[in-house]
Design a protein around this ligand. Structure first.
Ligand code: F6P
Length: 345
């Protein structure tokens, strides 16, 4: 009798998700698993929306972006009886195990379901933000920083032609990994991270200094979660929060555009890269990482190590406890920030 193993993808989509799904189906064959794809993250388990995944239905998908299962930001613990419904449907579907692929929110739900209800959960870390502790990198991040790099390369040509300041807003929520690695690779002259409140006057001084040196254009990479030294954070896109309590960030580049132009007198424009950073096919690195994590998740299921997550440590793929993985956000450490800022002087 084949053991049924469920897989769901939750939270923001990321290039590499389909690589995980493909590997779970492929490797699952070795263990005689029948893989059940749950639609739209935790929502699909509450509504029992699922489909059997076969090697034919997942043919070649590891090269494609997004997730064939769909995703959502559903939190069962924020819904009346939601967690009980998940438990009921895991049993009704006869799932021997459930692999949850997601970021801090999705994996936080997985960890709670395992801890509080003893459910057979295994995690796979995912996010373009790269802000998950217990894993060195998350898939999606490499693709995103390559998109940012290419975008900034392109913005150099128009900034130079018009002698302008271009302020580019980069995702990453409250971690600055994307703004730092994508911004630096793309040749940003000023990089503003959430980890260090910024001084608007200092930024304007640097821009004016560049102009005095005859460098009559500047690229500013600003993380969407960055905040000014004094006063409340600039802007958010809406007052509401999602089911995990996150406000929708966005708009800081527009606010900075206005302030910089006013204080420097230099023509300034803003660009919000937004969901371009999550779109399109995964990079080679993210395809390989997604496949390796998916294979490890299947091994963890076969070993019955529930409550664990596949993770990258150096070049090895290991199993770490979900508890360790979701405890703390991984942000850019001060020494690394200082290292890169010294290069921008
Ligand atoms: O967590 C990934 C992420 O892309 C963040 O960087 C960003 O702030 C958020 O998701 C956007 O969420 P949504 O796609 O729900 O607007």
């Amino acid at each position: 009798m084949k053991k049924a193993v469920g897989i769901l993808t939750g939270g923001g989509d990321a290039p590499g998700l389909n690589a995980v799904i493909w590997a779970v189906v492929k490797k699952g064959q070795e263990h005689g698993f029948e893989v059940i794809g749950i639609k739209d993250g935790w929502k699909g388990l509450i509504e029992r929306e699922c489909e059997v995944l076969t090697i034919d239905t997942v043919e070649d998908i590891y090269r494609e972006g997004g997730t064939i299962l769909g995703t959502s930001r559903t939190n069962p613990f924020k819904m009346e009886g939601g967690a009980d419904k998940v438990e009921e449907n895991i049993k009704a579907l006869g799932l021997h195990a459930l692999i949850a692929v997601g970021g801090e929110d999705t994996l936080g739900v997985a960890q709670k379901l395992h801890q509080e209800k003893g459910l057979p959960l295994v995690g796979v870390p995912k996010t373009i933000d790269n802000d998950l502790s217990a894993t060195d990198y998350t898939f999606g991040f490499d693709t995103a920083i390559n998109i940012i790099t290419e975008a900034l390369d392109r913005l150099h040509t128009t900034a130079k032609s018009h002698h302008r300041v271009m302020v580019v807003e980069i995702m990453g929520r409250h971690a600055g990994w994307m703004a730092l690695y994508g911004g630096f690779s793309g040749g940003a002259h000023i990089i503003i991270l959430p980890e260090e409140p910024f001084d608007l006057e200092e930024i304007c001084q640097k821009i004016k200094e560049r102009k005095k040196q005859g460098k009559n254009y500047t690229i500013v990479a600003v993380a969407e979660g960055a905040v000014p030294k004094e006063g409340q954070s600039f802007v958010t896109q809406s007052q509401g929060t999602d089911a995990f309590g996150h406000i929708r960030l966005g708009g800081i580049a527009k606010a900075l555009e206005k302030e910089i132009q006013k204080r420097t007198g230099i023509e300034t424009r803003n660009v919000i890269l937004g969901h371009l950073q999550r779109g399109g096919a995964p990079s080679a690195f993210d395809r390989i990482l997604g496949v390796r994590l998916g294979m490890k998740a299947v091994d963890i299921v076969a070993e019955g190590k529930f409550g664990y997550m596949a993770a990258l440590k150096g070049t090895e793929i290991i199993a770490v406890s979900l508890e360790e993985a979701v405890g703390k956000l991984k942000v850019v450490p001060p020494n690394l920030m200082a290292e890169f800022q010294s290069l921008l002087k």
